[in-house]
Design a protein around this ligand. Sequence first.
Ligand code: NAD
Ligand code: DAU
Length: 349
Amino acid sequence: MKNILVTGGAGFIGSHVVRHFVNRYPDYRITNLDALTYAGNLENLRDIENKPNYRFVRADITDAPAMNELFQTESFDTVIHLAAESHVDRSIANPTAFVMTNVLGTVNLLNAARAAWDGAFENKLFYHISTDEVYGALGTEGIFTEKTPYDPHSPYSASKASSDHFVRAYHDTYGLPTVISNCSNNYGPYQFPEKLIPLVINNISHRKPLPVYGKGENVRDWLWVIDHAEAIDVILHKGEIGETYNIGGNNEWKNIDVVKLLCSIMDRKLGRNEGESAERITYVTDRAGHDLRYAIDSSKLQNELGWSPSIQFEEGLEKTVDWYLQNREWLERVTSGEYQTYYDEMYAS
Ligand code: NAD
Ligand code: DAU
C-alpha cells in the first residue's frame, strides 16, 4: 500500500506516470495534483479517470497554504514531483514563471512534506523529477554522469537546477527522504506540440513549414516516455534515499535527422510522395543559448537497479506518429485557441 501524490499528472510525462501507477498498483492510492496550465489536459487521462484508486485535485504548487492544507489532510507517504514549466523557449520569453513554479513551487512542496511528516520519515519519499539539461551542454565528445557539475544555460534549466539543489539541501539539512532522477528528452503520445517532435508532426500534417533552429546540428538523446514511467517506478521502489539517477535512451540524434526521419515516416503513412514533406524544412533563427549536445550515462540505474530502455528511437517514432494520426482530434483541440497566438509569436521571424 502506498498513498502517492503525483504533481503535474495532467501533463505529458505525468499522465503516463499516473496511468502506469494506477494500472499496475490497484492497491496504491494515486492523487494527481495539477493546476491545468496550457500544458495540463485531463483528456490525457480519460482511460483511467474512473478507477477507484485515482483522484484529481486542481491546485497550484505556488500556493503554499493550499499545499500545506493538502498534506495535513491527506497522509501522503510518497510524492512524485513532476509539475513544472517545461519548455525552454517559453523560459526565454518569460523566465519569472519558471522561477515561480519550478523553484518556489518545489520549495512549497518540500515544506509541506516536511511539516506533515514531522520527522517521522520511515517509509516516506519525496521523489523529484528533473532533467539532463541541468548539466549544461556537451561538445561532440563526452557524456553526463551523476557526478557531472551543474552548468545550466537556459532559464528553464537554471530553474530546474535550483529546484534540484533545494531537494538535496532538504535531504542534507532536515533529513527529508529524497531521491532525484535526471532524464533526457522524452517523446511519445500526449506530448504538447510546442516540443520538436509533435510540432513537426502537426506541421507535416497541415503542410506547414518545418522550423529547424540554426543548422539542425544539435543533438538530443531520445527516450520513449513509457520507458521513463517504468524507470520512475523502479527508482521509487528500489532507489537509495539521497541518491541521484540519470535516465537516458542511448539514442542520440541530430535534430535535422529527427525531422527528416519524421518526414519520411509521415509521407509513407499519409500516402504522399517520398520527399514531399522534407521540402518544407525551413532553417530559422537559432534558439538563444542553444545547448549543442546532451548525452546521458544511465549505467548506474541500469547496473544497480536493473532498468533499461525497451525500444529504440526508430520504432518509438513510428508508434508516436501512429498515435498522433489516430488522435487527430486531440491534436486539433490542443492547437486551437491560445496555441495559435503562441505559435505566431514564437515563429514570427
Ligand atoms: P508538461 O509541460 O507537459 O507538463 C507539466 C504539467 O505541470 C502540466 O500538467 C501543468 O498543468 C502542470 N503545472 C505547471 N505549473 C504548475 C503549477 N504551478 N502547479 C501545478 N501544476 C502545474 O511537462 P513534461 O514534459 O511532462 O515534464 C514533466 C516533468 O519532467 C518536468 O518537471 C520536466 O522538467 C521533467 N522532464 C521533462 C522531460 C521532457 O523531455 N519532456 C525530460 C526530463 C525531465
Ligand atoms: O533534455 C530534457 C529536456 O528535453 C526537458 O527537460 C525539457 O522539458 C524538454 O522540453 C526537452 O528540451 P529541449 O529543448 O531539448 O526540447 P525541444 O523539443 O524544445 O527541442 C528539441 C531540439 O529541437 C532542441 O535542440 C531545439 C530544437 N527545435 C525545437 C523546436 C520546438 C527546433 O529545431 N525547432 C523547433 O521548432
